[in-house]
Every structure is written in C-alpha cells, then in structure tokens.
Design a protein around this ligand. Structure first.
Ligand SMILES: *Cc1c(COP(=O)(O)O)cnc(C)c1O
Length: 474
C-alpha cells in the first residue's frame, strides 16, 4: 500500500496519517484514498448534522449508512447503554439462558412487526442475519423431510451483506469477483429495475416481466429444489430500486404457488424507512422470514436479527430440536437495551407515524422537483428513501459510460457543499434520519441542486468527465 505524500508530511498525531498507516477500510480503494490525502474524519454529530475534524458541518442525508433513524445525539440511548453496562454488561443467550433486555426486546419486536412474528433470532448485523436465513431455510426443509429443497433465489444487484453467505445472496458482481462467490446453491434472477432494463416496456409490463423471471427460474430448477426467494422490498444499496406496482403481488403469488418461502430483507426498509414500520407493510406482503438490523438500534450499537413467522417457528422452534447456530453476542444485553430504548423513542414520539404523515410527502415532493434538472433522468423513492437517477440523455434513458464516474463526481461535489449523499453507480441516494425537519429537507435539496449544477459544469468542460473523478464506492 503506497503512503500518500500528505501522510508522510503531516504531524505524527494527525488522525488522517494514523488512519492511512493502520486502518484497512471496508469498501474503500486505498490508492484513491491516499491520493486525496486520507479519509475525512467525522468527530461529532447532532440531529441530522455531522462535524468533521476541520470543524466543517455536513448535513447527513444518508442517516450514516441508512440506519440513524432517530437522528444523532439522543442522550436516552447513551444512558440506556450505560445503565445496562453497569447492571449486566455481558451474558450469553446460549444453552438455556437469557437476560432481561433480550427477553423484553423479543416481546417488543413481536409487537411492532406485522402479525405472526412472535420469534426473533438475534445477530449482531444484517450480514449475520442473512447467513442465519440460509441456515434456517435449509434446516426448515430438512425438518419437513425435503432436504433437496435447498436452493435460494435472489436478485442481481441485491445487497444482503458482506459475509460469505450474505455476499453470495447479494447480487453484486464486484463482490462475487473477489473470493470465489457465490457459494453453491444460490441463484440470481433479474432485478425489477425498469430504468435500466425496461427497454420498450411500460413499468407495469416490465414489473410482470421481472416477476416472471422468478417463476421461470423456479420452473427451470424444479420447484421441489427451490427453498426460498430473498429480496429487499425496495433495493437500497443497489440504487433505491422501487419495483413497478405490478411486481410484488405477482412475486408473492409465484412463491405461494410453488411452496417457496419469501424472505423479506428489512435491514434498510424496516423501522419506518418506507413510511410504515416495515417495507413488507408498504407492499402488503406476508413474508416467512424478515432479517432486520440498521434501524433496529438506529445504528447506536450493532444488533440484528431474523424475525421468524409462526408458521416457520412452529417447525424450527417448536419441533426442531437444537439449531447448531449462534453468535457469542447474539442478544447482547447492551445492544438489546439500546434497541429497546430506540423502539421506545420511535413509539412514544410516534416518529414513524408522524414522519409518514408530515415529512414523507414534503420530502418526496421536494426531491421529485429535482427531476427537472438536465442531469436527472428519473427520481424514484418511497417514504424517506429516494434516488436521483443521473442520465446522459434523460429523453432516451441513455446512461453514462463508464458507469459510476458521474455519480462519484456528484458525490464529491455534495461533500464539498456540505451534504452527504451517496452514489451508487449513477444514482444519487437519499435516506435521511426520519426526524429531519422541513427546513433541513430544504437545505438538502438546495445543496443537491447546487452539486448537480457543478457536476454538469464539470462534464461540459473540455476533458469532461474523464479525469474529473475519483471513482470508487460511495
Ligand atoms: C446493510 C445491509 C445488510 C448488511 O447489514 P450489515 O449490518 O452491514 O451486515 C443486509 N441487507 C441489507 C438490505 C442491507 O442494506
């Protein structure tokens, strides 16, 4: 790893230097990072704002990584963690043991999730939740005497995490290209991404085409081999891909008809992100398993889980015997205490309901108004999720080549303007804390428009996009 010029010249206690020397970052091209003089250092946050080590204020339109639903700086969450640390900092939930935070969080999750989800298996992340899904689904069919039903269908461009199992469930070619993924028994079908793949079909027609791709694969494999279909209600990290209205009802019918379990990855959509508490409620779905994480603790501590529907729990929990699976920190008491406090805040302050009633319509209207910008081909979104699909020619849906550079350029302009907006290929993503106010939404949209203008100016200059960018994951 090359050391940057800035790194060798700066004071030895400079955090950027220390970080450059010692920290191997997730989803980061260190060559590109070093060329910039190291990472930005975020030191403080309050509400929807972040401060970096230069004292600059940024508005965080990504809620961290789609997770800080209640916003930053909620003292009650820190106090809940401190109280639990003093009372019982750690004990495990293996081998017939529990503790108050795990038992109480299980009950509260059964209350806030859709009817029928009385059981939760705790993990420490969304990735672990999805690895747990693979094992649960296969164990379930083993117990039913159908061990050959083991294939799990997922979608191109899905994101389900970074462990071997969850990255295999994911459909990102870049991830599969490193480390020999996917693992066997996982298959990917077309994503319901009309803007990119819809061709001459209307969104409604294309929604059915994408749903039927699920059925075609089930039939090609043989329904007796297909255990489950996993999908996010709305794909987040793939670029906020909101499926056409025709998609989900047809997929749900197909899964039911062929006896394929429906796994709704609620890691982003859960806890109010799409408007209702869960993305499955937004679409009226009746899933069998629901992985959760992110908004469960608003990101204040790592915790995830798999919600298990009663019809699955009846087999897995009721008559399954021992499930040889678990994590040292499954149901960690401090993480559970923070999740409990987070859900208490969400419920008592009616954050999800108030956001859906008052903030979502304003947010969606303001963001959709950016559709008139010459760089924007489409604005998609639901709830407090939105994306600006950039396009070289919005009339014909012609996309930029190479994919990603324009997004990285726009993302860098956003940072320069004090706005955190993530880029996924050429989609600019917004997923702010649910507590964002109208005037803060105005601030986001005004900075986004300025960043789009500056991106357009750069592209229009001689040399254009080439050379202007520092590509890489946003
Ligand atoms: C972030 C994410 C995951 C992985 O969660 P981690 O906590 O990062 O392991 C899984 N599924 C979806 C939909 C996600 O967005």
């Amino acid at each position: 790893m090359a050391m940057s010029q800035a790194a060798t010249e700066a004071a030895p206690n400079d955090l950027r230097v220390l970080d450059t020397r010692h920290h191997f970052h997730p989803f980061t091209d260190h060559g590109a990072l070093n060329a910039k003089g190291g990472p930005r250092v975020i030191v403080r946050a309050e509400g929807v704002h972040l401060w970096d080590s230069d004292g600059r204020r940024l508005i965080d339109a990504m809620a961290g990584l789609w997770c800080v639903n209640v916003g930053y700086g909620r003292r009650e969450l820190a106090e809940a963690a401190a109280r639990q640390m003093e009372e019982l900092p750690y004990y495990n939930t293996f081998f017939q043991t529990t503790h108050p935070p795990a038992a109480e969080l299980g009950r509260v999750l059964a209350e806030v999730t859709p009817p029928g989800f009385a059981h939760v298996f705790f993990t420490n992340s969304g990735s672990e939740a999805n690895d747990t899904v693979i094992r649960m689904v296969r164990r379930y069919f083993d117990l039913l005497g159908q061990p050959e039903r083991s294939v799990i269908l997922s979608r191109d461009n899905a994101y389900h995490g970074s462990t071997m199992g969850s990255a295999s469930l994911g459909g990102l070619k870049t991830m599969h290209g490193q480390g020999g993924l996917p693992i066997p028994g996982i298959e990917h079908v077309m994503e319901p991404y009309w803007y990119k793949l819809g061709g001459d079909e209307t969104p409604e027609e294309f929604g059915l085409t994408a749903a039927r791709a699920v059925e075609e694969r089930i039939l090609a494999l043989g329904p007796e081999r297909v255990a489950a279909f996993i999908a996010e209600p709305i794909q987040g990290a793939g670029g906020v891909i909101v499926p056409p209205d025709t998609y989900w009802p047809e997929v749900a019918r197909i899964c039911r008809e062929h006896g394929v379990l429906l796994v709704a990855d609620e890691v982003i959509c859960g806890f109010g992100r799409t408007g209702p508490w869960f993305g499955t409620e937004y679409y009226g779905l009746d899933p069998d398993l629901m992985p959760i994480a992110k908004g469960l603790s608003s990101g204040y501590l790592p915790i995830g889980g798999v919600m298990v529907h009663d019809r699955i729990a009846e087999v897995l929990v009721g008559r399954g015997g021992e499930f040889f699976h678990g994590f040292t920190y499954s149901g960690h008491p401090v993480a559970c205490a923070v999740a409990l406090e987070n859900i208490r805040i969400l419920r008592e302050e009616r954050i999800v309901e108030r956001c859906a009633e008052h903030t979502v319509p304003y947010f969606q209207a303001k963001v959709r108004a950016l559709a008139d910008h010459p760089l924007v081909g489409e604005v998609r979104g639901a709830g407090m999720l939105a994306t600006l699909q950039l396009a070289e020619d919005p009339e014909t849906r012609k996309r930029f080549e190479p994919e990603g550079d324009v997004g990285a350029l726009c993302r860098d302009r956003c940072f320069a303007n004090g706005l955190v907006m993530r880029s996924v290929a050429e989609s600019m993503v917004l997923s702010p804390p649910l507590v964002i106010t109208r005037s803060e939404i105005d601030e986001v949209v005004e900075k986004a428009r300025r960043s789009l203008d500056e991106t357009l100016d750069t592209i229009a200059r001689p040399g254009g996009l080439a050379g202007a960018t520092s590509a890489g994951s946003g």
